[in-house]
Design a protein around this ligand. Structure first.
Ligand code: MG
Length: 191
């Protein structure tokens, strides 16, 4: 199958699960969202721009520390048979909260700090993937995957099952769970 040598993985929405916090914050601001409406590809459609921006600041600030891991992420990261990189678009002010989370969840045990990159904007991910020679990238945002270069295979992480509503199933390989992603990435069905 693919046999990637270097796998890149997004952080927020793929390793860190913000869905409950998003739902909770939206409610505080007066918007009752179904869990799927908090999906990063569509949440902007369900809350006004200024609320969305304030929510981003909260989510990627100190609230990050209280966010759970995405189901299976921490257990299955070490089982990937490739060099694993984390490439996040977090900006300077929110990086330390991500680092606290990575430390407290012992992610550095499986992905060393020198393979973790914070690039500031979604658009920068392409440059990082190209420079690092990432041949497979996992992200929960369609726009990020669309922006990657031709040498990087793309997998959409889609816990909410919304790919089919956004016509993303035809364009990207979809992994609904970490189990599915590991099967795709390692190139065979594992026991
Ligand atoms: Mg993400």
């Amino acid at each position: 199958m693919w046999n990637p040598r270097r796998i890149g993985i997004d952080l927020d929405g793929v390793i860190i699960d913000h869905r409950e916090h998003k739902r909770m914050l939206a409610e505080e601001y007066g918007f009752a969202l179904e869990p799927w409406q908090t999906n990063s590809n569509i949440m902007r459609q369900h809350v006004p721009g200024e609320v969305f921006d304030t929510m981003q600041t909260d989510l990627y600030g100190s609230l990050t520390r209280k966010a759970p891991a995405v189901a299976g992420a921490l257990q299955l990261l070490p089982s990937l048979k490739a060099e694993v990189y984390i490439v996040s678009s977090r900006r300077a002010g929110s990086i330390r909260h991500a680092q606290d989370w990575l430390l407290s969840h012992r992610v550095y045990d499986s992905v060393p700090a020198e393979r973790i990159f914070f690039c500031g904007t979604d658009g920068e991910k392409r440059g990082y993937c190209d420079r690092l020679g990432i041949d497979l990238f996992l992200d929960d945002k369609i726009s990020v995957l669309e922006g990657l270069g031709a040498k990087t295979k793309r997998v959409l992480f889609d816990e909410d099952g919304i790919a089919r509503h956004l016509n993303a199933e035809e364009r990207f390989t979809v992994a609904k769970t970490w189990d599915e992603f590991v099967v795709l990435a390692n190139g065979k069905v594992h026991a």
